[in-house]
Write a protein that binds this ligand. Structure first.
Ligand SMILES: Cc1cc2nc3c(=O)[nH]c(=O)nc-3n(C[C@H](O)[C@H](O)[C@H](O)COP(=O)(O)OP(=O)(O)OC[C@H]3O[C@@H](n4cnc5c(N)ncnc54)[C@H](O)[C@@H]3O)c2cc1C
Length: 299
């Protein structure tokens, strides 16, 4: 039976360990339940593992669908097919066991297949768009549709799903046969790189805060603008990389948004470049947060 929680606190489910109560959270466990959820709540927003999302501490007065109970995947020849809620590291490991290469980058961060397709997630020279074949999707206007790679308008951390309200239900990837040992060595290399360069989940964070502007790195610009010393209450820029915010002790979403605005402002002042946030925001109940989002997200 479709699990629906009311007035549900999602803080512990987010990688930033920040957020408030959501009016309704729906947890489909398979495709049929996802379809049921979409039919019942066509305006619900869809999220995966909340590792790229800042949820407002003031909560959200609407419905969201969390897909993390949708964990089915399969392999056929060189193809992998996965439900949107499958976690990247799980799929990456399973592909390695099948002797299939192309998903080694997924080992390194905790998103779901749906979140990764939506964001065109990537790392270590690989990204979703390199292996994507098609996705079963749903949109309010067109119902169920299959989107092929050419429909997705993939570019750096962007897909067509970000411009239109499209829920990704499952996705199919084309991989390449390779030696298991070679695939596993690449995965280990990716994990080792992370240890030095990025905070792990023991330090609450949501990955990169800003997208890299064309031809430059957000981390370099932020560091040059002095952001490594910035903090707002318990929200701090990570000492080893200026494009990460860590929640050191129960930071509120407003602290994180104020810190993001401070970081964005410093780069604008020094380089006349407006950094675009990569992290998504869910909220809308607090006036100050709405103001901050206008500054942060407007083009
Ligand atoms: C420690 C750490 C390291 C990270 N490193 C990287 C990295 O190297 N590269 C990288 O690209 N990202 C990285 N990230 C960010 C994040 O993991 C990715 O963006 C991931 O793709 C988000 O997946 P998610 O399921 O958590 O998405 P969520 O945060 O749940 O959602 C993100 C966005 O996707 C949408 N979405 C999610 N699922 C669906 C769906 N089924 N249908 C439609 N829309 C959907 C949501 O509405 C939201 O707008 C990192 C995060 C952390 C915490």
């Amino acid at each position: 039976m479709l699990l629906i929680e009311e007035n549900y606190d999602v803080k512990r489910l987010t990688s930033l360990k920040c957020g408030g109560k959501i009016k309704k959270v729906i947890f489909p466990a398979n495709r049929a339940e996802f379809e049921e959820a979409l039919a019942l709540y066509p305006d619900a927003k869809v999220f995966g593992n909340l590792t790229n999302t800042l949820v407002s501490s003031y909560g959200y007065d609407g419905e969201i669908i969390l897909t993390t109970k949708m964990t089915s995947f399969s392999f056929e020849g060189e193809y992998a097919e996965a439900d949107c809620g499958v976690k990247g590291p799980k799929l990456s490991q399973a592909a390695a066991e099948e002797g299939l290469s192309g998903l080694e980058f997924m080992i390194a961060f905790p998103g779901t297949v749906g979140g990764e397709v939506f964001m065109n997630a990537g790392a270590h020279g690989q990204s979703i768009s390199d292996v994507f074949v098609e996705a079963l999707c749903w949109s309010k206007d067109n119902g169920f549709i299959t989107l092929k790679k050419e429909d997705m308008n993939f570019s750096y951390r962007t897909s067509v799903c970000q411009n239109r309200d499209i829920a990704i239900i499952s996705a199919k990837f084309k991989l390449k046969k390779a030696e298991k040992e070679t695939i596993k060595a690449k995965m280990q290399e990716n994990l080792d790189f992370r240890k030095a360069k990025q905070p792990n989940l023991a330090t609450p964070n949501c990955g990169s805060i800003f997208r890299n502007p064309e031809g430059d790195s957000a981390g370099r610009l932020l560091e040059s603008a002095g952001a490594k010393s910035f903090s707002v209450n318990s929200a701090r820029v990570w000492e080893n990389h200026a494009n990460f915010i860590t929640n050191t002790n129960d930071a509120a979403s407003t602290d994180i948004l104020e810190l993001m605005a401070k970081m964005q402002g410093a780069v604008k002042e020094k380089f006349n470049i407006k950094l675009k946030p990569e992290v998504r925001f869910l909220g809308g109940n607090d006036k100050r947060e709405v103001e901050l989002c206008k500054i942060l997200y407007q083009k």
